[in-house]
Design a protein around this ligand. Structure first.
Ligand code: PLP
Length: 451
C-alpha cells in the first residue's frame, strides 16, 4: 500500500520510485529494479553512482573536517581544486570561486561582473544581455537572465527585466539557403544591435551557454559564432560570461566547452559535472582582467554564501576532476560520443517522428516532431517528452525530457548524457531502449496508432 508522500515534489513527477543504491551506470530502486542512467540524472553523474575513489575522498574529508567557513579558513581541497581547474587553462583563467550549485554560480557571476564595473569606472553599467530559450538557474537573478518563458511564467513580475537576443538554433531558425556560418554571424550581430540600443555604457555582460543544454537539447554554436560574440564584447567593453554548468567539466570532450570555440571568456560557470553529483558544488572561474581588479583592498570581492567552498564538496570535486584526468576520460568522452552519435543516427535517424539528432561529446539531443518536413511539433497537451521518459523508465532507462524548443512551449526533445564510464554495450542498450520508448510514446498519441 502506498503511503502519502509529505515531500512537495515538482510538476511532472507525481509517483516516483524510491532510489536506494547506485552501481556504476545504474540506479537501483527499493524494489530492486535497475535503471541505466542514460542522462546522468540532469546531466550530472559523469562518473556513475558508485565510484570508489570519490566515495573514499568524501569519507576521508568528513573524518578530518567536514566544513569550515570560507571567511575564516581556506582548505587544502579547495586550494588544490582551484589550482587544478584554473591551472589547466591558465592562459584564460586566473581564479576559482566556489558555491553550491549552478544557479548560485550564475548568481555569483552576475554579481562579480557588476562588482568589476563598480570598481573599474563602469558605474552606469547595470544591464545583462542573454538569449531567448536560455536557462541559467532558478534563483531570481539567474532566472532573470534566462530566456525560457515556461520557466519564467509564474515569476515574471518579480524578475529583473530581461534583455534578450535571438538564440542560435540552426535546426529551427536558420533560413534555407543561408550557410551555417552566415547564420551564426547574423545571430551574433544581434548582440551588437542590442548593446547599442541599451548604450554600451549601461551593459555589464553578455551571458550564454557555450553548448545549450536542457532548454534546447544539446545545441552547439555554428563555427565562428562565439569568436564574433567575443569581438563585439571587446568593441563595447562588455564582459562575456559563458555558462558551462551543464556542458562543462568534460561533457563535450574537453575540460571546458569554450576550448573548442577559440574564445577567452571573462567568467565561466561550472556545476553539474564538477563533483559528478557526489556532493553539491558549483564554481565561477574568473579570467585575468576581472581577477586582477577584484584582487584586494577596497575593491576585493564582497560576496559569499555560508557554504561557499564547502570542504567536503571540494574534496569530492577534486577527486572527480583528478579521476577524469588520470583515467583519460576526456578522450573517452570523444570516442564514446562518436559511437553514441553513430548508434543514435542508425537507430533513430530515419524514424518518421525524429526531427533532429544533435550534440557534442557525450551530450546529445533528440527532437521529436509530428512531421519531419514541416518540423511541426506534437501538440503540447500530449506531453510527448514525458511519455517517452515514462516508457523508458518502465524499460529501465533514465533519460532527460524537455518541452519548448520551438517557442518555449511547443516542441519535445530528449536529452541523452550518459556517464563518461559508460560501456559500449550500455550505449547499445541505451539507444535500443530509447528507440522502443519513442515508438511506444508516439504510438500513444499519434492518430495512426503505432509508428
Ligand atoms: N545553468 C545551466 C546551463 C543549467 O543547465 C542549470 C541547471 O540545469 C543551471 C544553470 C542551474 O543549475 P542548478 O540546478 O545546479 O542550480
Amino acid at each position: 500500500m502506498s503511503v502519502m508522500s509529505r515531500v512537495l515534489h515538482r510538476a511532472g513527477a507525481p509517483q516516483l520510485p524510491i532510489a536506494v543504491r547506485g552501481d556504476g551506470c545504474y540506479v537501483i530502486d527499493k524494489e530492486g529494479k535497475r535503471y541505466l542512467d542514460g542522462s546522468g540524472g540532469a546531466v550530472v553523474s559523469c562518473l556513475g553512482h558508485s565510484h570508489p575513489r570519490i566515495r573514499e575522498a568524501i569519507h576521508q574529508q568528513v573524518d578530518r573536517l567536514a566544513y569550515t567557513h570560507a571567511s575564516m579558513f581556506s582548505t587544502e581541497p579547495m586550494e588544490e581544486l582551484a589550482s587544478l581547474l584554473v591551472g589547466e587553462a591558465s592562459g584564460e583563467l586566473a581564479k576559482a570561486y566556489f558555491v553550491s550549485g549552478g544557479s548560485e554560480a550564475t548568481e555569483a557571476a552576475l554579481m562579480i561582473s557588476r562588482h568589476f564595473w563598480a570598481v573599474q569606472g563602469g558605474a552606469h553599467k547595470r544591464w545583462f544581455i542573454s538569449r531567448k530559450s536560455s536557462y541559467h538557474g532558478f534563483t531570481t537573478g539567474s532566472l532573470g537572465v534566462s530566456g525560457a518563458p515556461y520557466r519564467r511564467q509564474h515569476y515574471e513580475c518579480i524578475l529583473p527585466p530581461a534583455n534578450l537576443i535571438s538564440r542560435c538554433f540552426p535546426y529551427r531558425d536558420r533560413p534555407e539557403g543561408e550557410s551555417l556560418e552566415m547564420y551564426g554571424q547574423r545571430m551574433a550581430d544581434e548582440l551588437e544591435t542590442k548593446i547599442i540600443d541599451l548604450g554600451p555604457e549601461n551593459v555589464v555582460a553578455f551571458i550564454a551557454e557555450t553548448v545549450v543544454g536542457a532548454s534546447l537539447g544539446a545545441v552547439a554554436a555554428p563555427p565562428g559564432y562565439f569568436k564574433r560574440i567575443r569581438s563585439i564584447c571587446d568593441r563595447h567593453d562588455v564582459l562575456l560570461i559563458l555558462d558551462e554548468v551543464l556542458c562543462g567539466c568534460g561533457r563535450t570532450g574537453t575540460s571546458y566547452a569554450f576550448q573548442q570555440e577559440q574564445v577567452r571568456p571573462d567568467l565561466v560557470t561550472i556545476g553539474k559535472g564538477l563533483a559528478a553529483g557526489y556532493q553539491p558544488i558549483g564554481a565561477v572561474l574568473i579570467g585575468h582582467r576581472v581577477a586582477q581588479a577584484l584582487a584586494a583592498g577596497a575593491s576585493a570581492l564582497r560576496h559569499g554564501f555560508t557554504y561557499s567552498g564547502h570542504a567536503t564538496a571540494c574534496a569530492a570535486a577534486l577527486a572527480v576532476q583528478q579521476t577524469l584526468r588520470e583515467e583519460d576520460l576526456l578522450p573517452a568522452v570523444r570516442r564514446k560520443g562518436a559511437l553514441l552519435e553513430n548508434i543514435l543516427r542508425q537507430r533513430l535517424g530515419a524514424r518518421p517522428h525524429v526531427g533532429d539528432i544533435r550534440g557534442r561529446g557525450l551530450l546529445w539531443g533528440v527532437e521529436l516532431v509530428q512531421d519531419r518536413d514541416s518540423k511541426e511539433p506534437f501538440a503540447p497537451v500530449y506531453r510527448l517528452h514525458e511519455r517517452v521518459q515514462k516508457a523508458a523508465l518502465r524499460r529501465g532507462l533514465l533519460c532527460y525530457p524537455m518541452q519548448g524548443a520551438l517557442d518555449g512551449y511547443r516542441g519535445d526533445h530528449i536529452q541523452i548524457a550518459p556517464p563518461y564510464i559508460v560501456s559500449e554495450e550500455q550505449i547499445e542498450d541505451l539507444a535500443r531502449i530509447l528507440e522502443e520508448s519513442i515508438i511506444d510514446a508516439v504510438g500513444q498519441v499519434h492518430p495512426g496508432g503505432r509508428e
